[in-house]
Design a protein around this ligand. Structure first.
Ligand SMILES: O=c1[nH]c(=O)c2[nH]c(=O)[nH]c2[nH]1
Length: 283
């Protein structure tokens, strides 16, 4: 029986990097979670224990922090600098993957004015980036997670098949809520204004969510992905993962009360999970 090593990678996960940029008294905060994953010529490492090809995960962590000293900028650029460093400096490393989450902080108002150095974690969603580099080609995927949105009307769900297990009533008016997770693949890693692309993609998702009269979350998903592709030419493909955060009308009849679409139970689980990719058809 022959035994061989399969796919493998290693790296330092979840490096929590916070950088303060100072413009006089006015501070800006960048709050990141950076995970590095490297792969390459690691057969000896696994089979014999030889570590001469292993860039220590501790060194990876130190590189993440040292590169932050030079300034972070857009997370996509920071990730590209890191990925290139790991592959280009180590002959044994053939591919680097850098995953970054950027947590949003909103500047506080203090005494009626924007504060210089006070912030609150905001609920506007977490920006993400995934960078891969193999020594020749770099690929950049941007995205966001945890962007919770809700339409309190303009959502219907009916016309679905009914079998012996179907109990869900058809509805012509419901709450539609989800926590958006989206990733978007850029056609090229060069010459992209990452910040503008992110802002436009995020605004497009929100505009399509709010502006679509919905007959299903699937239809809304397609509208959201399409809007991003329409508005950001550099993006080739958008993938969305949308949990359907169900809001069930509460039955108050036991208390002699009606419920004309006012009181809901926001159910936690289980939830419908609607996922899909929308891409350009250049064929
Ligand atoms: O938008 C929806 N899509 C579904 O596929 C589905 N299934 C379900 O029970 N409710 C919903 N809502």
């Amino acid at each position: 029986m022959a035994i061989v090593l399969g796919e493998n990678q290693y790296g330092k996960a979840e490096n929590r990097v916070v950088r303060i940029d100072r413009d006089g008294e006015r501070h800006r905060i960048t709050d990141l979670n950076v995970s590095v994953s490297l792969s390459g010529d690691m057969i000896d490492t696994h089979l014999t224990g030889a570590n001469d090809k292993v860039l220590a995960t501790d060194t990876q962590k130190n590189t993440v922090f040292a590169f932050a000293r030079e300034g972070i900028g857009e997370i996509e650029d920071y990730g590209l600098r890191l990925a290139r460093r790991f592959v280009d400096s180590q002959p044994s490393i053939h591919r680097a993957r850098v995953r970054i989450e950027s947590f949003p902080w909103a500047r506080l108002e203090v005494g009626g004015k924007p504060a210089h150095h006070s912030f609150a974690r905001s609920g506007e969603g977490t920006r993400t980036a995934l960078i891969t580099y193999d020594g020749e080609r770099a690929e950049v995927t941007g995205g966001l997670t945890d962007l919770t949105v809700l339409n309190s009307t303009d959502s219907e769900f009916w016309g679905f098949p009914r079998d012996e297990y179907t109990t869900l009533p058809e509805t012509r008016d419901r709450i539609l809520a989800t926590a958006v997770s989206a990733t978007w693949r850029f056609a090229s890693a060069d010459g992209v204004d990452w910040g503008k692309a992110f802002d436009t993609a995020r605004a497009s998702l929100l505009d399509a969510f709010g502006g679509t009269y919905s007959y299903s979350l699937q239809q809304t998903l397609y509208a959201m992905g399409s809007r991003v592709l329409e508005n950001v030419p550099e993006i080739a493909e958008v993938s969305l993962s949308l949990p359907n955060k169900h809001h069930f009308l509460t039955d108050l009849s036991a208390f002699g009360l009606d419920n004309p679409g006012e009181v809901f139970h926001a159910a936690d689980r289980p939830y419908g999970l609607i996922e899909g990719t929308v891409r350009r058809d250049d064929s």
